[in-house]
Design a protein around this ligand. Structure first.
Ligand code: ADP
Ligand code: ZN
Length: 610
């Protein structure tokens, strides 16, 4: 096992559970693997596939996922192939012949195709194991149910003696149990790894308005140099306006949503995978089928509907295990809108509950990672040190008077005003709604002029969370005082509010690089273990040089750059600075094949820096 790991994948040791899982498969058992995205699921069936005789058949729901896996394996010199509708007939004939001859170690196939091929190809081949990737697609409980997966239940009976490995990143218990049941696995061994992704930083910014968000995003991207990222937005329109804003600042960005023609969507996805686009501004339609390992940041421009969705989306960052950044913008407007959607949806109770849990995360006073892990049933008593709460604990102040002003405005409008109108009243704005309700005559008109509107929005959100008023979603989102609110307004009960923080720095403009210092990847900033071989700034230059070489080699072969080498491997190279092909081959992530194929080119560049 160790030999295969080193020789083909260039890794010195297994990650937690990988070794146990592989042993179990080699012993011929059925296995269920639950690991988060980036946890290293693929090796759990790829290593046994290389060690057992015959061909491993891997079921995968999407052609793009198959393509990625096959290219990745081939890039390591492993004979892998895919059978799918994208191949032409000649290609399919070639793949089948190779499979029958036993020349293919891993065959990727869609579930419907597998069913068609069972009586012909699969029966005549020597199958070493079945791997069911994205196995949650078989369960109606999951979020990605695919009817074609249902037929996979036949496999167990049809191929006795061939182990089945089911893999998924979906953690919840119902789905997990359903997978075993639907696949009719015989006494499977179930492996559940931690769903923590310690390399993802967690950050929530509250009460930002559009301008603040844009500024924060530009400054984050500037900090990241050429690194790639995804910005998730609630609406199609927002994906487009954010992409336009970024393009206006010289950033290679594009929008992605279900309303675009398929060829445009495909091109955006492809450009992103090949590092031709830096940022994709997308709705939740984007992501499944993206195995790109060097996504360095994921931003949520709007509040997501549920923690499941949120965790899956941020999970697309940092698959290579390197530090990656996630930011969630949280605002009252989003909360109101999502609550309305949830109220109007068919599953009102469930969706409201999911939104409440999401809100809890966004408003948490304790380590955010603990909230997330807790949600997935993992309990820890340690703070993570990599979320905004841990790094910068929220400060509170006595906000009683502030709250009373707002509550008083709510009462004086007889519960007929929305948060925006209440803000107008507090700020003393003669807006059309204010004039229509004659609110300019109220005693509270203008009493909150000293507080910016965006801060009022945030304080109102906090007050909502404290239960001081409710929002009548079925009645124009009007605010209604609650008993708790009356306690504050009439009895002077104390309210503690969180201090609002904002990042006010003006980001540098891009597109005129010569004017300022070249910004490189953030991967090196703050690292203290720089070796004399290449000091930090030097190392950044080396990293950029290696990244450029990787792009050149990738383009020449039509591969995405991360298939040639992940960011992690580039970083390993910057640390080890190998100057011979032999040394190059000892770097983690470089197997025999890549050593032979790329060693000379990389060593040549590295030598210039040492
Ligand atoms: P998943 O399918 O669970 O999302 P992958 O199988 O794509 O994750 O693995 C994520 C990354 O981790 C890949 O870059 C992979 O090469 C790397 N990886 C997996 N196992 C190991 C290991 N034992 N040592 C080092 N890197 C590993
Ligand atoms: Zn934390």
């Amino acid at each position: 096992m160790q030999n295969v790991l080193k020789r083909y994948f260039g890794y010195a040791s297994f990650r937690p559970l990988q070794e146990e899982i592989i042993r179990s498969v080699l012993a011929g058992r059925d296995v269920v693997v639950l690991m988060p995205t980036g946890g290293g699921k693929s090796l759990c069936y790829q290593v046994p596939a290389l060690m057992r005789e015959g061909t491993a058949v891997v079921v995968s729901p999407l052609i793009s996922l198959m393509k990625d896996q096959v290219e990745g394996l081939q890039a390591n010199g492993i004979p892998a192939a895919a059978l799918n509708s994208m191949n032409d007939e000649a290609e399919n004939v070639r793949v089948r012949t190779a499979c029958l001859r036993g020349d293919v170690k891993l065959l990727y196939i869609s579930p419907e195709r597998l069913m068609l091929e069972i009586p012909y190809l699969i029966r005549d081949m020597r199958v070493s194991l079945f791997a069911i990737d994205e196995a949650h697609c078989i369960s109606q409980w999951g979020h990605d149910f695919r009817p074609e997966y249902a037929q996979l239940g036949l496999l167990r009976q049809t191929f006795p003696g061939v182990p089945i490995v089911a893999l998924t990143a979906t953690a919840d218990r119902l789905t997990r149990e359903d997978i075993q049941k639907q696949l009719r696995l015989s006494d499977p061994e179930v492996f559940v790894s931690s769903f923590d992704r310690p390399n993802l930083s967690l950050d929530v910014r509250r009460g930002y308005q559009k301008k603040d968000k844009d500024r924060a995003i530009l400054s984050l991207i500037a900090r990241h140099g050429d690194d790639c990222g995804i910005i998730y937005c609630m609406s199609k329109k927002t994906t487009e306006s954010v992409a336009d804003m970024l393009c206006g600042h010289g950033i290679m960005a594009a929008a992605y949503h279900a309303g675009l023609p398929p060829e445009v969507r495909e091109r955006v996805q492809d450009d992103f995978i090949h590092d031709r686009l830096q940022v994709v501004c997308a709705t939740v339609a984007f992501g499944m089928g993206i195995d790109k390992s060097n996504v360095r940041f994921v931003i949520h421009y709007n509040l997501p509907k549920s923690i499941e969705g949120f965790y899956q989306e941020i999970g697309r960052a940092g698959r290579d295990g390197l530090p990656s950044e996630t930011v969630l913008f949280y605002s009252l407007g989003d909360l109101v809108q999502l609550s309305r959607f949830a109220q109007e949806s068919g599953q009102r109770e469930i969706n409201m509950e999911k939104l409440r849990r999401m809100q809890e995360y966004a408003e948490s006073d304790v380590c955010r990672r603990r909230i997330l892990l807790n949600y997935f049933g993992e309990h820890t008593d340690k703070d993570c040190g990599n979320c905004d709460v841990c790094k910068n604990p929220p400060q509170r102040f006595d906000g009683t008077v502030l709250a009373q002003k707002a509550l008083s405005a709510i009462v004086r409008t007889d519960g007929q005003a929305s948060a925006r109108v209440v803000t107008d009243i507090l700020r003393g704005n003669f807006s059309p709604e204010v004039l229509k309700g004659h609110y300019e005559a109220l005693k509270t008109f203008g009493v909150g002029r000293d507080v910016p509107a965006r801060d009022w929005q945030d304080y109102l959100m906090q007050m909502l969370q404290n239960g001081l008023f409710e929002i009548a979603y079925d009645e124009g989102n009007h605010l209604k005082l609650t008993d708790a609110g009356r306690q504050v307004l009439y009895k002077g009960k104390e309210v503690r509010l969180a201090v609002i923080r904002r990042e006010e720095k003006q980001p540098p403009r891009r597109g005129r690089k010569a004017a300022g210092p070249v910004v490189a990847s953030t991967l090196f900033s703050g690292r203290q273990d720089a070796r004399p071989a290449a000091s930090a700034p030097r190392r950044q230059e080396l990293f950029e040089a290696l990244r450029a070489l990787r792009k050149q080699l990738a383009d020449a072969q039509g591969f995405p750059p991360y298939i040639v080498m992940s960011d992690k491997v580039l970083q390993n190279l910057c640390e080890a600075c190998p100057t011979t092909v032999e040394e190059f081959g000892t770097v983690s992530g470089i197997g025999d094949f890549k050593k032979q194929k790329y060693g000379k080119d990389f060593v040549e560049v590295i030598k210039r820096f040492v």
